[in-house]
Design a protein around this ligand. Structure first.
Ligand code: GLA
Length: 397
């Protein structure tokens, strides 16, 4: 945190007024269940985005120095209406735009950003940026919104400002993450309903497939529409079904004739994931880490055959996980169609496991995967920075 104060000072020649920090997240179980009003097991990670900010000299122009890639940007508060295609600054513009939609206006700010969350990998670097910037504004302008509303501000940036129909998981996990624990969240009521610890001696390793899928956003939106149309058709038969969250596997099998094959398969993934979250939490509470690990493999298999959001590279990383000693389970994590896999590994074997996984993956694909050891971190924070004032010298001479 002190580093970001220092970099702000170097760049803007004065101290920041606030600093904020927001972590990336890992989705552990519960793939694409958030926008189906379902359950997700996730955690915040120690990798985070840091933001330092102060009111700008010019009341209309925000200036940003981004130490992630050493770039600079600026934008005017009266020109927020259109995101510029492909620019990261959209996430900041979008946060202010979302606040404006809620009737909250802010003055322009000078901002310095830094981050240890890998970009575009599936660890929610964009949510960390939205939440970190939002929290900095909250502290700077004393904005009174509750935590869940801040998560919705970030989600709104994705949904309304950028047009991707993502759920609330990423921003919610970044805000509500609990140090050293997995959180089980219920996205019907938008609450953390349980926290559960991993037994000691196990860690999550992330392997980045280094695959960016150009169609990720549109594929994601299509999946969401499929889930919603499946729920609507099942609702016609049983009015108590509000979302796929309310459908049991038995009900889905009984009523599958109402759905297209695609809707059925995609719904099968969502219903199965909801069940796996509950089973997973129960296994962890019983200390049965092997059974928990198996659920990760099952989740991936369901992504592969039912939800069709895996890729050959992701499948390959999970296949390797089954043959390298030390791994209890692995699956794709996040939206899918590229991005990352998570691997639950014995802590003592983690280094060697990561090296072996990387070597085997490179042999097959020619690409070096990014291997990241993830410790579970706490949720986002923000604080005001006191200006350095000379204390009166009260000592007796
Ligand atoms: C992305 C979205 C989340 C969630 C996951 C899949 O990360 O941003 O809202 O839907 O995919 O679980």
């Amino acid at each position: 945190m002190t580093e970001i104060i220092h970099t702000f000072q170097q760049f803007f020649q004065r101290r920041p007024a606030v600093i904020a920090q927001a972590p990336g997240r890992l989705e552990i179980l519960g793939n694409h269940t958030d926008y189906n009003q379902g359950l997700v097991l996730s955690c915040a990670v120690e990798q985070h985005t840091s933001v330092a900010a102060a009111p700008a000299a010019d009341r209309n122009t925000c200036r940003i120095k981004d130490y992630r890639d050493d770039s600079e940007a600026s934008f005017a508060l009266d020109q927020l209406d259109h995101p510029n295609p492909g620019e990261w600054v959209n996430y900041l513009k979008g946060v202010i735009w979302e606040l404006n939609q809620r009737g909250i206006s802010v003055d322009a700010v000078d901002v310095v950003l830094n981050s240890t969350v890998p970009l575009s990998a599936g660890m929610s670097s964009s949510a960390a940026l939205e939440v970190g910037f939002g929290f900095a504004l909250k502290e700077l302008f004393d904005i009174d919104l509750d935590k869940t509303e801040w998560a919705k501000v970030g989600q709104g940036v994705e949904n309304r400002y950028l047009g991707v129909s993502t759920g609330l998981l990423d921003q919610f996990s970044s805000i509500y993450g609990a140090r050293d624990a997995l959180i089980m969240s219920d996205f019907r009521i938008n609450q953390v309903v349980k926290t559960v610890k991993l037994p000691p001696g196990y860690v999550f390793i992330v392997a980045n497939s280094m695959e960016k899928h150009d169609l990720v956003d549109s594929e994601y939106n299509v999946r969401r529409r499929d889930c919603e149309s499946a729920a609507a058709k099942l609702r016609a038969a049983d009015g108590s079904i509000r979302a796929l969250r309310d459908v049991s596997m038995a009900r889905l099998e009984a009523d599958k004739g109402l759905l297209t094959r695609r809707e059925y398969l995609h719904a099968r993934h969502i219903v199965g994931e909801g069940e796996r979250v509950l089973k997973g939490v129960a296994y962890l509470e019983q200390g049965d880490i092997e059974a928990f690990g198996q659920l990760l493999f099952e989740s991936h298999e369901s992504s592969r055959v039912n939800f069709e959001n895996s890729t050959r590279r992701l499948d390959y990383l999970v296949e390797l996980a089954k043959s390298i000693p030390g791994c209890l389970g692995a699956r794709l994590s996040g939206g899918g169609f590229g991005g990352i896999t998570i691997h639950l590994v014995e802590a003592g074997q983690a280094e060697l496991y990561g090296r072996r996984l990387a070597a085997a993956f490179k042999l097959q694909t020619g690409d070096e995967p990014q291997i990241i050891k993830c410790a579970i971190g706490g949720g986002a924070t923000a604080k005001k920075i006191k200006s350095i004032m000379q204390k009166p010298d009260t000592r007796r001479k």
